[in-house]
Design a binder for this molecule. Structure first.
Ligand SMILES: Nc1ncnc2c1ncn2[C@@H]1O[C@H](COP(=O)(O)OP(=O)(O)OP(=O)(O)O)[C@@H](O)[C@H]1O
Length: 306
């Protein structure tokens, strides 16, 4: 417990900083959450829901107070060239606040994966910028992007992507090994404790349930203390109970470990675990939901025809 308190203090001091977000994006519609939610949840909503999307066309829109960990500025992405090119993202402006859990939703083909891949430096922008903190990813070469992904980002995929020949501990520590970095045993113990995989560290992936494998994958994503964790359909291969556990862990990563999570999902229940839902449609940000409930998310998708 002492470890966790120390950690939080460190995160509060070092990882979080106050700033004003430039005006960006539009919010054609938005929701407040249900009144059934707890005080804590409402507090999260107040803190999180108004953070990163600013209404450039709504008079009196407030400035946000938390800096985005990552943001897209005028981000456009064309897949292919010439007559067959597909405009997957069209001048998208959106920010994802540090220390918050954001879900990205939208109809199939709306650009969710393309957005996350560009934000994570896995795909290049056609025009516009992607900023991780102060670093412009669009100005980096392939080697620099590889190092940035290794050192500053974490990833959780639908297919857990664990190495089958390594046990759980070796999988978790792999990013540090690849980077030639020393293992911070205190942080490792903290992550293992929060994720509840302490008694599974000597098991190989084939000896773990899907939910346990995804916990190991989340631990691997956390081990570098990444600035942002990108999760692409992290519950897509899990039954609802295991999926719920993984979502709870992602929430814990944000609330107790101070991380920033950006998650693509098709599941309104999964999205309702987040502090905020950003809705995409046809390569645009079509709206957002603060303090989302499954019903509000379903309604939002219905409005978008998703
Ligand atoms: N490599 C590619 N080449 C050509 N078109 C692509 C490519 N990748 C994506 N697209 C197109 O770009 C658009 C956005 O795709 P994207 O995968 O980002 O959407 P999505 O919202 O993640 O969809 P889904 O929910 O079905 O996964 C779609 O029209 C898609 O067909």
């Amino acid at each position: 417990m002492q470890v966790r308190l120390d950690l939080r203090q460190r995160l509060d001091g070092a990882d979080r900083h106050e700033a004003t977000i430039p005006r960006a994006g539009v919010r054609p519609w938005s929701y407040a959450g249900s009144t059934r939610r707890s005080d804590d949840s409402r507090r999260r909503s107040r803190d999180a829901g108004t953070v990163s999307l600013q209404t450039s066309d709504v008079p009196g829109a407030r400035s946000a107070v938390l800096a985005p960990a990552v943001r897209a500025v005028g981000l456009t992405k064309l897949h292919g060239t010439g007559d067959t090119a597909v405009r997957a993202l069209d001048a998208v402006d959106v920010g994802f606040a540090a220390g918050r859990f954001t879900a990205i939703m939208g109809p199939s083909g709306s650009g969710k994966s393309t957005l996350v891949h560009c934000l994570a430096g896995l795909d290049t922008a056609t025009s516009g910028r992607v900023l991780l903190g102060d670093t412009d990813l669009t100005a980096l070469n392939d080697t620099e992007l590889t190092l940035l992904r290794r050192d500053r980002l974490g990833f959780v995929f639908q297919a857990f992507n664990l190495l089958p020949t390594l046990d759980a501990e070796a999988n978790v520590l792999l990013p540090l090994k690849l980077a030639g970095r020393r293992v911070d045993r205190r942080w490792f113990a903290e992550v293992v404790d929060v994720l509840g995989i302490g008694d599974r560290l000597r098991h190989r992936p084939s000896e773990l349930s899907g939910g346990q494998q995804q916990r190991v994958a989340v631990a691997r994503a956390l081990i570098n203390r990444p600035e942002v964790i990108f999760a692409d359909e992290p519950t897509g291969n899990l039954d609802s109970r295991s999926g719920g556990e993984v979502l709870a862990i992602l929430r814990t990563s944000v609330r107790e470990l101070g991380r920033t999570v950006v998650m693509v999902t098709h599941d309104p229940v999964a999205a309702s675990s987040a502090d905020r839902v950003v809705m995409l449609a046809d390569g645009h940000v079509a709206g957002e939901i603060a303090d989302p409930t499954p019903d509000a998310v379903i309604d939002g998708l219905r409005r978008l025809g998703g």
